[in-house]
Design a binder for this molecule. Structure first.
Ligand SMILES: [Zn+2]
Length: 301
């Protein structure tokens, strides 16, 4: 067997993948900042309060002490501080370094896919390949923001979903994704219409809203990136996994006789008048869409 292409890449390719992993760590740190601060600001606006003035510099959410740059190095700081705040010793959740590591892995994976000989055609296509890798990396990071925010706050902010949709259409127009412009536009429109019809059907059958506008916008953005053909698969994957989790939560609820929170705190649920049995659909759309794209990328390798 000839050496696997992974072991036979030029040195620049390894450097590029490594660089993307480091960039991914920093972007992952930014994902945490966005998904912590943005929903708080939006919720404050929704409840009519003036948005709480937050210090521009990062601070400990428990003791409000400003953090030094040495406390903000992705993953390393968390390990060095042994997962505790330097000032108040309050535990720092493992989801922060986990988000950074996940983003770094995604960035490295995107970079790797586009340096593989079967995907990228040679030196002349190198810039296009790097641009495509960066675009898909960014796509994943923006979707991760949507996942975290929707999971915790039942929100899919327009300031993320609209740009995501616009970048997807633009990337298709520039030929930087495998989806052509028609499929991208058709994907966005059909996705929005499809979920709108599902929501309408649910409202007629159950006499209550089952899906938010945010889900439709997120799905439209996914349609713009993945094209029309991907949509049935993404929706099927999202619906099946969401149903499975809802059933598991319901089962746990009846066993323990306690409300299933689905990760959203009581205050946010009351503020947004969310049914205690509801689960956010956005995270399942995200996981399903990323799963579909990883499957496509793996098949191309
Ligand atoms: Zn602290």
């Amino acid at each position: 067997m000839t050496p696997h292409w992974l072991l036979a890449l030029p040195n620049e390719a390894y450097a590029w993948v490594g660089l993307m992993a480091v960039v991914g760590l920093c972007v992952g740190s930014f994902v945490t900042v966005v998904s912590t601060r943005l929903p708080k600001r939006l919720l404050a606006q929704a409840s009519g309060q003036a948005p709480a003035t937050q210090p521009l510099r990062s601070h400990c959410p428990h003791c409000q002490q400003q953090l030094r740059w040495t406390d903000l190095v992705p993953v390393v700081s968390w390990l060095m501080l042994r997962a505790r705040c330097r000032h108040c010793e309050h535990p720092i959740a493992a989801r922060y370094p986990a988000t950074e590591l996940l983003t770094a892995t995604w960035f490295a994976w995107c970079a790797l896919v586009y340096v593989s000989p079967s995907v990228y055609g040679g030196a002349s296509a190198m810039l296009d390949a790097q641009a495509s890798a960066l675009l898909w990396a960014l796509w994943g990071a923006m979707l991760l923001c949507c996942l975290i925010i929707d999971q915790h706050y039942f929100l899919l902010p327009d300031v993320i979903t609209y740009p995501l949709l616009a970048i997807g259409v633009l990337a298709s127009a520039l030929g930087l994704t495998a989806v052509d412009l028609n499929a991208s536009l058709l994907g966005a429109v059909s996705a929005w219409l499809g979920l709108w019809l599902v929501a309408l059907g649910y409202r007629l059958a159950a006499h209550q809203d089952g899906m938010g506008q945010g889900d439709m916008k997120l799905f439209a953005a996914i349609g713009a990136w993945l094209g029309l053909a991907a949509l049935p698969w993404v929706l099927l994957g999202a619906s099946l996994s969401a149903t499975l989790v809802a059933l598991l939560l319901r089962w746990r609820q009846t066993r323990h006789n306690s409300a299933a929170s689905g990760g959203v705190d009581t205050h946010t649920r009351e503020l947004l008048a969310i049914d205690e049995r509801a689960i956010a659909f956005g995270p399942y759309l995200v996981v399903s869409a990323v799963g579909y794209q990883v499957w496509l990328m793996s098949a191309a390798l």
